[in-house]
Design a protein around this ligand. Structure first.
Ligand SMILES: Cc1cc2nc3c(=O)[nH]c(=O)nc-3n(C[C@H](O)[C@H](O)[C@H](O)COP(=O)(O)OP(=O)(O)OC[C@H]3O[C@@H](n4cnc5c(N)ncnc54)[C@H](O)[C@@H]3O)c2cc1C
Length: 376
C-alpha cells in the first residue's frame, strides 16, 4: 500500500505510529471520556515538543519543512487512537496553511514559529449558529478603526479554544468579509461556553466562543482572495487531514474486526469461516484501501497539482468518512454485543466515524463542491 510513499515518508510514518503506540494508545480510553481528560493538555504539549505541530511549517520558521502528505501520515496514525486530537491537529494545520499562503511576512514570522512549537494552537472560528454549511451567512462584525479591529459575534464549535490559541476568525466589515487572526492578547473580551460534549471526537476540546468586541490589530487581517475563498483553502487542508483521520479509524476497526472474527467461535468454528463475515471484512479492506489512495492523492496534490487539490480533498473527505462510518458499523456487527460495549475500542471508533461525515464541511457539501468542479 505504501508504494508511492518515499523511503523518507515511510520512515516518518513508522516514527509517527511508534509515538502514537507509546504515548497515545495507553490513554486512548481516558481521552475518550465525555467530560474530557486531565492528560489532554499535557499530550497536546507533547505534540508540540516532538515537532508534530510544525510538520508543514518552513524550516527557517522553526518547522519541519514537510508536506501535507507528511502531516496526513501523522494524522492517520493519531486518528486511530484519538480522533479528537487528530481534529485539533487538522484545524491547527489549516491555520498554518492560511498564514503560510496568505499571511504577510510579519504575520508569518510572528505566528508560524509559535504554532510550530505548539506554544499556541491554530483553530478555525468560522461556524456560527446560523452559518454552518453556508458560511456566507456569518454575522460576526469586524469593526475596523484605524490600526485596530474589534470582533463581535458568537462562533460555534471552536476546537482547542481554551488553550493558548490563535483563532482565524471569519467576520464582516460592512458587506465585506475577511479573516482576522485573533491571538490571546485580549482574552478579557473573549468568553467561552462550557466545554461541549459530543458523541465522538471527545479528545477534542470544543467550545462556543463569544467575542465581545475582542481587539486585534487591523493588520492581522489575512490578504488575498476573498474571505470565503480563504476559508475554503483552510478547509481543503483540514478536510484532507480529517480524511486521513478516517483512514486511521478504518485501519484500527478493520484490524480489530479481523482479529475477533478469527478468535470468536460459534457453531464449532471461528465466525471468520462464514462467508457472510468474510465478505464484510473484504469490503472493508477494499474501501479503506481506495480511501487511502484518494486521501494521499489529495494531500500530494496540495503541492503536486494545486489545481486539483479542492476536487481531491472533497472526494477524499466524503469517501473516507463514508467508508469509516459504514464499515465500522459492520465491524461492530462482527463483534456482536461486545462491539457495543463501552469497554471495547470499537464502540469509540463507530461514534468517531459518524462525526467524520459532519465537520470541515458535511459529506453532502463535498458533493456540492464536486458538481461545481464538473461545471454542473
Ligand atoms: C466535532 C466538531 C468539531 C467542529 N469544529 C469546528 C471548528 O473548529 N471551527 C468551526 O468553525 N466549526 C467547527 N465545526 C462546525 C462544522 O464545521 C459544522 O458543523 C459543519 O460545517 C456543518 O454545519 P451545521 O452543523 O450547521 O449543519 P447545517 O449546515 O445546518 O446542515 C444540516 C444538514 O443539511 C445538509 N445541507 C446543508 N446544505 C446543503 C446543500 N446545499 N445540499 C445538500 N445538503 C445540505 C448538510 O449536509 C447537513 O446534513 C465542528 C463541528 C463538529 C461536529
Amino acid at each position: 500500500m505504501n508504494t508511492f510513499l518515499s523511503a523518507a515518508q515511510k520512515t516518518l510514518q513508522e516514527q509517527y505510529v511508534k509515538f502514537v503506540d507509546e504515548v497515545i494508545a495507553p490513554v486512548a480510553a481516558e481521552l475518550d471520556k465525555v467530560e474530557g481528560s486531565s492528560c489532554q493538555k499535557e499530550i497536546m504539549s507533547k505534540l508540540g515538543q516532538n515537532g508534530y505541530l510544525g510538520i508543514t511549517v518552513a524550516k527557517d520558521l522553526g518547522g519541519q519543512g514537510g508536506t501535507l502528505l507528511d502531516a496526513a501520515l501523522f494524522v492517520e496514525a493519531l486518528g486511530a487512537q484519538a480522533a479528537g486530537l487528530a481534529l485539533a491537529v487538522s484545524s491547527h494545520y489549516s491555520v498554518v496553511e492560511l498564514i503560510s499562503r496568505f499571511g504577510s511576512e510579519t504575520q508569518k514570522s510572528r505566528y508560524l514559529p509559535l504554532l510550530a512549537r505548539g506554544e499556541c494552537f491554530g483553530a478555525q472560528a468560522f461556524s456560527e449558529e446560523k452559518a454552518g454549511s453556508d458560511l456566507s451567512l456569518i454575522e460576526t462584525i469586524a469593526e475596523v478603526n484605524g490600526a485596530e479591529v474589534k470582533l463581535t459575534g458568537v462562533k460555534t464549535w471552536v476546537v482547542s479554544a481554551d488553550l493558548p490559541v490563535l483563532l482565524a476568525v471569519l467576520g464582516k466589515n460592512g458587506e465585506e468579509k475577511g479573516v482576522w487572526l485573533l491571538d490571546g492578547a485580549d482574552r478579557s473580551s473573549v468568553e467561552l461556553s462550557a466545554r461541549k460534549g459530543t458523541m465522538g471526537f471527545r479528545s477534542a476540546r470544543l467550545f462556543d466562543v463569544n467575542l465581545k468586541a475582542a481587539k486585534a490589530s487591523a493588520d492581522n487581517q489575512l490578504k488575498g482572495a476573498d474571505a470565503l475563498a480563504l476559508a475554503s483553502c483552510a478547509l481543503d487542508v483540514s478536510k484532507t487531514l480529517l480524511a486521513a483521520c478516517a483512514l486511521g479509524l478504518c485501519q484500527e476497526g478493520l484490524s480489530l474486526a479481523a482479529q475477533r472474527a478469527n478468535t470468536r467461535e460459534q457453531f464449532g468454528a471461528p465466525i471468520a469461516k462464514n462467508q457472510g463475515v468474510q465478505w464484510k471484512l473484504a469490503d472493508f479492506s477494499t474501501d479503506a484501501a481506495a480511501a487511502r489512495l484518494l486521501t494521499y492523492r489529495a494531500a500530494w496534490s496540495r503541492d503536486g497539482a494545486p489545481a486539483e487539490f479542492r476536487k481531491f480533498a472533497a472526494m477524499a473527505k466524503s469517501y473516507a468518512a463514508r467508508t469509516a462510518r459504514l464499515h465500522s458499523g459492520e465491524a461492530v456487527q462482527i463483534f456482536g454485543m461486545l462491539g457495543a460495549s463501552c469497554d471495547e475500542p470499537l464502540e469509540r471508533i463507530y461514534r468517531d466515524a459518524k462525526l467524520t461525515e459532519i465537520f470541515e464541511g458535511t459529506s453532502e457539501l463535498q458533493k456540492v463542491i464536486l458538481k461545481e468542479e464538473l461545471g454542473v
